[in-house]
Design a protein around this ligand. Structure first.
Ligand SMILES: Cc1ncc(COP(=O)(O)O)c(C=O)c1O
Length: 383
């Protein structure tokens, strides 16, 4: 099988991720932070170590400011619903995933939050000048995808982050497609809240993600409950991360995430980026030799994460993905990739796209076999 659906979740995972999870269940399977016994303390240590890995990766000085969640969606919901109040204005872009667009829509309907969506260009790029024009007196946040899961387009977050800072607005970034791939430093990029998925380029398991919250940003929690701290009180603890982490955490998953990040660090972001850029360049070159194919996103591979969306003239995207899977054993994704407004932006709302996305485990040979399979599929379907 050739797995090219890494933008949804990476597969395979490094052996280190799997071993850490098995080891955690076998040897540290107690409830962290809920007991004074040794196994509970060992579980707590695993969680702290993962927070430290994450903090190191994102340039965060205090690991306790990283809140662990079940996925990027939960982290984004916490950031948006915890922060935005009635009467607030928020700026966003048209390439956002539903993880951002849907909570914003709920806030618009239920709290009267005013949302300005900046229309991005046909290659997915946002124009910072348009963002600058959108600020108002009551703009309290800018929320933006770091890179699109439809076109791979990398957004100018440093420039927009500075704009948000200058205008006194919080800068919230969805790094689901970039954490573990691009060099992210929350201070350099002026990020106030950073949401990440643990199960994509950080090579952790599904059920992991989190949110960095800068000191001084006050959020309401999404949930209240047991935290293992201040148990005598009915009030939710005010300390981070306990305030936002009620309930037993996914300790084995978090152990796997820690190991995934260590794997990423051992390979090095630069090496991973070089490898995946090589695959994308090879794939784009091959596609450009084929007739009838429309490629979306930036022409310059260095301006995109390893995500390539295409359409074939006159063909249904799901039919192509179906044949690639059933006949050639190639896993990719078709249709709308949870981002309707992104599809509107690139003109594919009616039929979606066929999306191929790569990880450190893909090879040039897999790219070549996919190009060959695609060309056979197109020939077959055009008959
Ligand atoms: C850009 C983007 N944001 C958010 C998400 C949601 O991530 P999760 O599935 O971890 O909630 C995804 C997942 O595909 C994504 O690509």
């Amino acid at each position: 099988m050739i797995y090219l659906d890494n933008a949804a979740t990476t597969w395979p995972k490094p052996d280190e991720t799997i071993s850490a999870m098995v080891d955690c269940i076998k040897n540290a399977g107690a409830n962290p932070g809920r007991g004074g016994h040794q196994m509970s303390l060992a579980a707590g240590r695993i969680i702290l170590e993962t927070r430290e890995e994450l903090a190191g990766l994102f340039g965060v000085s205090d690991p306790l400011r990283i809140v662990l969640t079940g996925n990027a969606t939960e982290a984004i919901n916490l950031a948006l619903k915890g922060f935005l109040k009635e009467g607030d204005h928020v700026i966003t872009g048209s390439m956002e995933h539903n993880a951002v667009a849907r909570p914003l829509n709920v806030l618009r309907l239920r709290r009267g939050v005013d949302v300005t969506e900046i229309r991005c260009a046909a290659d997915g790029q946002v124009d910072p000048a348009e963002v600058r024009k959108a600020f108002r007196k009551n703009t309290s946040a800018v929320v933006m995808i770091h890179a699109s899961n439809v076109t791979g387009t990398v957004m100018p977050v440093e420039e927009i982050g500075l704009m948000a800072r200058e205008n006194g607005a919080a800068f919230i970034v969805d790094t689901a497609q970039t954490a573990g791939l691009l060099d992210i430093d929350v201070n350099r990029l002026h990020i106030d809240m950073l949401a990440f998925a643990g199960h994509k380029s950080l090579y952790g398991p599904q059920g992991t993600g989190g949110l960095f919250i800068r000191e001084g940003i006050n959020l309401e929690p999404l949930k209240e409950g047991g935290t293992g701290s201040k148990s005598e009180s009915l009030d939710q603890p005010d300390e981070i991360p306990d305030k936002f982490e009620s309930g037993t955490p996914n300790t084995p998953g978090i152990a796997g995430l820690g190991a995934g990040i260590r794997y990423v660090k051992s390979r090095g972001l630069a090496e991973i980026w070089k490898h995946e850029q090589g695959l994308v360049t090879r794939f784009l070159d091959g596609l450009s030799q084929m007739r009838k194919i429309q490629i979306y996103g930036p022409d310059d591979p260095s301006k995109r994460v390893p995500v390539v969306s295409i359409n074939v003239n006159g063909q249904d995207s799901s039919e192509i993905a179906f044949v690639l899977d059933r006949v050639f054993g190639i896993a990719c994704r078709s249709g709308l990739h949870c981002a309707p407004s992104a599809h509107k932006t690139i003109g594919t709302l009616d039929r979606g796209t066929v999306r191929f996305s790569f990880s450190i485990f893909n090879t040039c040979d897999e790219v070549d076999r996919t190009l060959e399979a695609l060309s056979q599929t197109i020939a077959e379907l055009s008959r």
